[in-house]
Design a binder for this molecule. Structure first.
Ligand code: MN
Length: 300
């Protein structure tokens, strides 16, 4: 097991919305096909501004939005306008290209707390047409002091209705006070756990909000315990063996592909469509780096 400490990142500049990014990390870029993890909050919206992420493009991935508290309003270039609340999943499949904006809605709670994840699409599906789905009814597994909502993939025999393109799992696990429970996992998957709330213990590792605990593979169960109520995010999947080029909001396979994606966004070709109804400018792509981007594997 190893702790991936992550980095503080301000979305939208130094006065923006602060997140802790634990994937990709210095040591590991992925857990299964999960290739990006930003956790934020709990932020009081009386103190920090709400989320305001203007229209921006994606390719080759799925975005997974999950909230512990608060609301986020999603708008995309397919015309979807969807508010999301805790316990619900917003899943956007970028495929060949999509754009979206995410913002705290005008009417909102005082606190926002959640995670933004990306799942890399495998070669066979990465150029698929874009899609968006909102799932308000997800399976919940309960076992002695533990409740687990399966966001993506399968856990303990329960399968999320969300569309997955590689074998993986994403689940929110809630533990009551003094809970001790065992979750069945697959030896062929690698896993990682993030504490969203509280101070859970994973096997013998004490976790707190912030770092991502990489658990690795080869286990058939995972022991969880806690003294006070805790909430955690379990991520897992079959190790993703394709090499990727991740740059800005794009997942590709080569430097030249990324150059084309960037150009398509900057020159407003139909590839990424248009987000309507967002009150603010579209996000410009940063300049390409001076050196060629190199494809990389899941471990550094
Ligand atoms: Mn996005």
């Amino acid at each position: 097991m190893e702790f991936l400490e992550g980095a503080a990142v301000a979305l939208g500049g130094p006065r923006g919305f602060e997140v802790t990014r634990t994937l990709p990390s210095r040591q590991r870029r992925m857990v299964g096909a999960w290739c990006f993890l930003d956790a934020y909050g709990p932020h009081s919206l009386g103190v920090t501004p709400g989320m305001r992420v203007g229209p921006h493009p994606h390719t080759g991935l799925q975005t997974v939005t999950w909230l512990v508290a608060g609301e986020v309003l999603h708008r995309d270039s397919l015309g979807n306008v969807q508010e999301i609340r805790p316990g619900q999943l917003n899943l956007m499949t970028a495929g060949q290209g999509i754009s979206h904006a995410e913002a705290t809605p005008e009417r909102h709670s005082d606190v926002i707390h959640g995670v933004q994840l990306w799942v890399a699409l495998p070669h066979a599906d990465r150029d698929m047409p874009p899609a968006f789905a909102h799932h308000a009814d997800l399976p919940v597994f309960s076992d002695g002091g533990l409740d687990a909502t399966v966001l993506m993939g399968e856990l303990a025999g329960l399968t999320s209705p969300a569309a997955c393109h590689t074998p993986l799992v994403g689940a929110e696990i809630r533990l009551g006070a003094d809970a001790a429970a065992t979750v069945p996992v697959r030896p062929d998957f690698e896993y990682a756990v993030l504490a969203l709330d509280g101070a859970p213990v994973i096997e013998d590792a004490a976790l707190k909000p912030g770092p991502l605990l990489y658990v690795g593979s080869g286990r058939s169960s995972l022991r969880l315990s806690t003294a006070s109520p805790a909430r955690l995010l379990l991520l897992g999947g079959e190790p993703f063996e394709e090499r990727l080029v991740m740059w800005w909001n794009f997942v590709g396979r080569s430097h030249d592909e990324i150059v084309q994606m960037r150009l398509d966004w900057e020159s407003q070709t139909p590839r990424f469509g248009e987000v309507r109804g967002y009150d603010g400018p579209r996000m410009p792509a940063p300049p390409m780096p001076l050196t060629r981007l190199v494809s990389r594997g899941r471990v550094r």
